[in-house]
Design a protein around this ligand. Structure first.
Ligand code: NAD
Length: 287
């Protein structure tokens, strides 16, 4: 039987470290770190994510500052708010919930955030730092994936890793982090030919496609470690509540060495890493 990597437990452990980091900052500076959370419009999924993030801040002692703006907010107004948050010494992290309404250029907004406060790690400066291995703030989900891998593998040197999905926020940064740890990385996507074969040679499979049950049992070599980032909401067959389904056919991969469940795997790590990035940003600025 594959070991099930308990993302909730690892996230709780990380939250403990974050709480200690917050206490150390309060001791040193007299104030807890501040995270500004900006939500434009009322996309229902974004509302839920933002509510979770704000609740999580309270859990570890980070002060959250919520900025809810109407969907009609113009780009200039949003950029003015970002400039104000960049200059505010009580704000150490800035998170702009995506997707933004269509009339707003998301790249321009995310690029306007001070890279030192960019706790999502999406700013081009942080992307550049990640790809050159020179520090910076790392996107939360990829960071969470690495922390889960660390619970089952001591040394990634020379391991073959297949990343399924090449998005800027998940697949590519995960590939960079794996390379940094001396793994041999194959990044795959919807146009990749012979994906099952590539996956079958992997010691590590990171599934981040958003394609329910894509990774079948025969794609996985015995003893591989699988991290399932995918989350797709599908209607329950019995008409009950929608179910969350990962990219891995979980019941078919019991010959793997370890696998993350969905839910309860990568999901809890994403928020825990956001909190830890906020403490990192506050510690880095030293304010
Ligand atoms: P995306 O749509 O931006 O990118 C998906 C990538 O997967 C693309 O590169 C695409 O080419 C590839 N892909 C799609 N279908 C494929 C297939 N059948 N075979 C091979 N490659 C395929 O998505 P994203 O933002 O990177 O998110 C990916 C998944 O991870 C989604 O399910 C998303 O909900 C989930 N996610 C989870 C968390 C979390 O906290 N657990 C965070 C972010 C994203």
């Amino acid at each position: 039987m594959a070991e099930i990597i308990d993302g909730r437990a690892v996230a709780r452990q990380l939250d403990e470290e974050t709480r200690a980091g917050v206490a150390a900052l309060v001791e040193r500076t007299g104030a807890p770190p501040g995270l500004a959370v900006v939500l434009v419009g009322n996309d229902p999924a974004s509302e839920v994510y933002v509510a979770h993030k704000i609740k999580a801040c309270a859990r570890v002692g980070i002060t959250s500052h919520e900025h809810r703006l109407p969907a009609t907010t113009g780009q200039e107004a949003l950029l003015t708010l970002i400039a104000r948050l960049n200059a505010d010494p009580t704000i150490h992290g800035i998170l702009v919930q995506v997707p933004l309404p269509e009339h707003i250029d998301a790249g321009a907004v995310l690029g306007a955030i001070d890279p030192g406060k960019d706790v999502d790690g999406f700013h081009p400066v942080n992307v550049g730092r990640l790809s050159t291995g020179t520090g910076g703030l790392v996107p939360c989900t990829p960071l969470g994936v690495m922390k889960l891998l660390d619970t089952v593998i001591d040394d990634l040197t020379g391991m073959n890793a297949v990343v399924i999905g090449k998005s800027n926020i998940v697949g590519k940064p995960i590939a960079m982090l794996l390379l940094e740890r001396e793994a041999t990385v194959t990044v795959t996507h919807i146009e990749t030919r012979g994906l099952p074969d590539l996956a079958r040679h992997a010691d590590i499979i990171i599934a981040a496609a958003g394609a329910p049950r894509l990774v079948k049992g025969y794609w996985v070599k015995p003893g591989a470690v699988i991290v399932d980032v995918g989350i797709t909401r599908v209607p329950s067959p019995d008409g009950g509540k929608d179910k969350l389904v990962g990219d891995v056919a979980f019941d078919e991969v019991q010959h793997a060495r370890a696998v993350t469940p969905v839910p309860g795997g990568v999901g809890p790590m994403t928020i825990a890493c956001l909190l830890s990035n906020t403490v990192k940003a506050a510690t880095f600025t030293g304010s």
